[in-house]
Ligand binder design. Sequence first.
Ligand code: GLU
Length: 469
Amino acid sequence: MTVRVRFAPSPTGMFHVGGARSALQNWIYAKQQGGVFVLRIEDTDAARNKPEWTEGILSALDWIGISRGSYEGPHFQSANAGEHRTAATRLYESGRAYYCDCTREDVQARTGSQYQGYDGYHRDLDLGPGPGHALRFRTPDEGTTVVVDLIRGEPTFENKLIEDFVIARGDGSPVFLLANVVDDMTMGITHVIRAEEHLPNTPKQQLLWDALGVKPPVWAHVPVVVNEKRQKLSKRRDKVALEAYRDEGYLAGAMRNYLMLLGWAPSGDREIVPWSVIEDEFRLAEVNPSPAFFDEKKLRAFNGEYIRALPVAEFIDACQPWLIGTGTIAPPPWQPEEFDADAFAAVAPLAQTRIAVLSEIVPNVDFLFLASPMIDEAAWTKTMKDSSGELLDAAVAAFEALDSWDAESLKSTLEAVGAERGLKLGKTQAPVRVAVTGRTVGLPLFESLEVLGREHTLTRMRAARLRLP
Ligand code: GLU
């Protein structure tokens, strides 16, 4: 039997990091089993779907390493609508489903405070199809439904506690529960690896597989992803969109490595490992069923490590989207013609050790490309003292006298200027840094001045001097 897994996102919003995690787990499982990964876009909720979300999913998958053309699909659920209806009709005709026109209020009026879902009122009333008649599945009165789950063992559900659930709405359209099963069936899916949030659907869906006469798939419900307060990650509260991380400058390698650690870890005391190790070592059965904490701080630190591990040339390449402003990435504050690739290459190794996400490259290097630095006024007020004017005058004079404009000479010169005033280098360089770069933190100062050049450095120091008493 060829293993066939699927990833079945609904294109109703940005691509959730939890979805990306499930996609990767499906992807690896298929690869390990010599199986097939199917992408199915569950686009039947016409009111909430937008084609651009589908494109977003495809490009986000591509970014994370599940590249277009290397999987089966995308199939679209909407294309299978005929099959969904046929299955609903079959279930009705075989007596496994029946029509019902009760409203929620009707059921509540009958069951009062006992209300616990549908009460089976129409089970034997032979209502038949018609406008406003929903089709309900007749769940067995006794017995249990045992879900075989690679991660959770065999969760067992009492059939009598499962209400006669709706499989097609009053307008005849099949609901998610049924469409999802019929698609898995027609696509020959053998393993359903999906988020824990769907576990309550699973006994109902397994009953549908049984009623349609096909052996159900093996299930694997991967743990819910939570924030630091142990709340399920929500798009209203948390940063959940894979695209947002991409645009902020997370590396795909770091991201997918981190996502695979949600509920699982490679052997030994390692977390940052090559993708090939994860592909070898990952075992679905080893995934911890408890909620997995999505630790943004840890992800950031991870990304910093991945950035530092890049060869410099690759780091320079990786920064380009932020230096230029491509696609959904905001343009930098300088004009394209102001950008100087050589100057950037000169400071890139210094920046590479200091940033955790690629977008941070912009505030670190903007002083090199802007005609005058963007002064952070709070930093200015904090740093510039009454004595700073005199200090800058002395520094300008000393720098003007330099024969060689290099980091080492700049440093020893400024050190001497500070020493004459009883100042340590840190205190001496702070006003120079703010004058030249506009900020209190950034790349090593003297290397920055060397790359910026004599003329720009001195012009900025003189301009800052004019603002001081
Ligand atoms: N379309 C469903 C979702 O995005 C997936 C259902 C499934 O994986 O079975 O939640």
